[in-house]
Ligand binder design. Structure first.
Ligand SMILES: Nc1ncnc2c1ncn2[C@@H]1O[C@H](COP(=O)(O)OP(=O)(O)OP(=O)(O)O)[C@@H](O)[C@H]1O
Ligand SMILES: O=C(O)[C@@H](O)C(=O)CO
Length: 417
């Protein structure tokens, strides 16, 4: 194995797996460190952790365990994957995990490249934009767990680490990989450890990827995954074999992102939807058993959707009542139990929206590795768990087109992307 990736959430991991596989690098998605010493027979492995919102010490310990396993498999480069919207709090977990990985690897520098211009995430002058809006006005400022109220990545990362942070400007990036590498070398010589690299075009990702070919540690969103496979002699465009599964489908949406809100509203126009009330779930008035029966009572060709998605004002009211952490936990436990019950009842296709939510679902289902199938939407592949009798997809909150839930169910059944 050559490239070892540690992703801080599950949808992010499948996003990165999708990027690497499409760039021609055979890749396995592993849910945590594979049990029983099993080693995937691929050039890259993406270890999906659920560390984005854990206490710092737990996130660091899990990331280091993943690092040790990947190094034992012979990986020559480690890629710490976080969200393209840099989801974190002033305490972490991006800074502390980077520190721990860099220390253990003896890495004197690591690039910080959250951007993915093709999906509207750009970094310019060190500031992160979502489409034409600064991160802090993009809706991410209302995120239930990691509200992103600051767009300057240098500043935000600086709150999370003692290390010195530098910047590689768009002007240098335009000069190509040799110029970028020279800037990184110079910054490292000055004692700057983390280098936020401006990225305004997907071609920048290729140049940055080439510039960091010899770096032991790199970090970023999935976009950087465009630039790295070429360093490992990958051959793009080979396509991914996929048959899919027909049979019953169900969709679970636990993201409150603007995109998911739109997708849920669109799906509700033509498909059955149950809205979860977090307070009723917490009180036991809305139960997994009743939702399972509701799903099974729908027509077989429908894609019933169970959603906790709500707009920012309603979310704030729920968090006021239950507390931020408790409301999130109640829903994650619910979605995990629901997914297990649905699979036990023979659901063939499972569509999940939201990174934390996906983490809860995949953990509850006990999936350990998954084969990466065709892309449903940029950043969202179909997945075939190796030990399951179903297929699934894990969608980042902000990803997918307006009809994502229907599109996903179709591709999972073997239809055209
Ligand atoms: N109605 C709600 N009230 C309170 N918390 C909620 C509600 N709906 C969802 N949540 C919680 O908010 C969190 C949403 O995070 P999740 O990672 O699933 O979505 P996301 O952040 O939009 O997706 P991504 O991380 O992929 O961008 C989860 O912990 C979920 O349980
Ligand atoms: O980078 C992204 O935006 C996604 O892969 C993700 O991590 C969202 O959870």
């Amino acid at each position: 194995m050559k490239l070892g990736c540690i992703a801080d959430d599950f949808t992010g991991a499948s996003d990165l797996g999708n990027m690497l596989a499409r760039a021609g690098m055979p890749t396995t998605l592993c849910i945590g460190v594979p049990p029983g010493g099993r080693v995937p027979d691929t050039d890259a492995a993406v270890l999906a952790l659920k560390t984005r919102s854990l206490p710092v010490a737990d996130a660091v310990a899990q990331s280091l365990a993943a690092l040790d396993w990947l190094r034992a498999q012979g990986c020559t480069q480690i890629y710490f994957k976080y969200c393209s919207t840099f989801d974190s709090t002033p305490k972490g977990n991006i800074g502390p995990v980077l520190d721990a990985l860099a220390d253990r690897l003896g890495a004197r520098r690591a690039v910080v490249v959250p951007a993915f211009p093709g999906t509207g995430r750009r970094v310019f002058m060190g500031h992160l934009f979502v489409n034409d809006t600064l991160l802090s006005r993009s809706g991410m400022e209302d995120h239930p767990l990691t509200p992103m109220t600051e767009p300057d990545i240098r500043f935000w990362l600086g709150l999370q680490t003692e290390a010195r942070i530098g910047h590689v400007s768009a002007e240098i990036v335009r000069g190509g990989s040799a110029a970028i590498r020279a800037a990184l070398d110079a910054a490292e010589a000055e004692g700057l450890r983390y280098l936020v690299v401006d990225t305004v075009d997907d071609r920048d990702l290729e140049a940055i990827g080439a510039a960091v070919a010899d770096d032991a540690l790199v970090s970023g969103g999935s976009g950087l995954g465009l630039g790295l496979p070429a360093n490992f002699a990958a051959k793009p465009g080979q396509g991914v074999p996929w048959q899919g599964r027909r049979g019953r489908a169900a969709a679970l949406a636990g993201s409150c992102s603007r995109m998911t809100q739109q997708q849920v509203a669109r799906h509700a126009m033509h498909a059955p939807v149950v809205r979860l009330d977090p307070v009723a779930v917490a009180d036991g008035r809305q139960t997994v058993a009743e939702v399972v029966e509701w799903v099974m009572a729908q027509r077989e060709d429908d894609v019933p959707l169970i959603s906790s998605t709500m707009p920012a004002d309603a979310l704030a009211a729920v968090q006021e009542r239950l507390g931020r952490a408790r409301s999130a936990e109640v829903l994650e436990v619910f979605f995990g139990a629901l997914a297990s019950a649905l699979v036990a009842r023979g659901i063939d296709r499972l569509v999940v929206g939201g990174g934390e939510t996906s983490g809860a679902v995949v953990s509850a289902l006990g999936i350990s590795t998954a084969r990466i199938g065709p892309q449903i939407a940029p950043g969202v592949p179909a997945l075939a768990p190796e030990d399951g009798h179903f297929v699934c997809t894990l969608k980042s909150g902000n990803f997918g087109g307006p009809d994502f839930f229907g599109d996903a169910a179709r591709v999972l059944a073997g239809g055209a992307p």
